[in-house]
Design a protein around this ligand. Structure first.
Ligand code: PNS
Length: 168
């Protein structure tokens, strides 16, 4: 059976913490699809196409295992994540965990998702200690205020945000 992982999130922008989840996903999945959620009520800092392109580029530059060349694709989605996961043929749902607050929320979401899509197995990836403080919300705020975000995100993201005019 092909182990196809689905890793949903906003990725506005993708951070070093997200990258840890992708890295871990590549060790357990044959294929990994990163789902970039589109919230019609929010104006993202980076358009969904840019977020997808950044994710695929950054994932391509990750060192790959020699035995199993897993692929990473990024797709935009809206609506229920389990519906997209099903349409994509995913059997593994990946989510990152940073702390207890994440855990409580993620456990609720996992229970609801499992009730809707029992075949989809959720796997949590704990944040590496070096990255557990990183949130995309704070990264956006620091970038908007002219701070240095390079410790928190891949270099390509720092460059993309430096040239992006953020929505007011
Ligand atoms: O990690 P994030 O950025 O908070 O991820 C947000 C995302 C896109 C995963 C979230 O908005 C989402 O789950 N959207 C899909 C809606 C859905 O499936 N809701 C029911 C969850 S039980």
């Amino acid at each position: 059976m092909v182990r196809r992982g689905f890793f949903p999130g906003s990725f506005d922008p993708i951070t070093n913490g997200h990258l840890d989840v992708i890295r871990a996903g590549l060790t357990v999945c044959d294929e990994l699809i990163v789902g970039v959620g589109q919230n019609p009520n929010k104006t993202p800092t980076l358009p969904v196409e840019v977020r997808c392109a950044l994710i695929e580029r950054i994932a391509r530059e990750l060192p790959q295992g020699t035995e199993r060349p897993a692929t990473v694709r990024a797709v935009g989605f809206s609506g229920l994540l389990v519906k997209t996961a099903r349409e994509m043929g995913a059997n593994i749902l990946l989510r990152g965990l940073r702390d207890g607050a994440d855990f409580d929320y993620e456990m609720q979401m996992t229970g609801m998702n499992a009730a809707m899509e029992p075949e989809l197995e959720t796997i949590f990836v704990p944040a590496r200690p070096a990255n557990r403080h990183i949130t995309a919300t704070l990264v956006r705020q620091i970038a908007q205020m002219g701070g240095d975000i390079s410790p928190f995100v891949p270099q390509a993201v720092a460059q993309a945000l430096a040239t992006t005019k953020s929505p007011s």
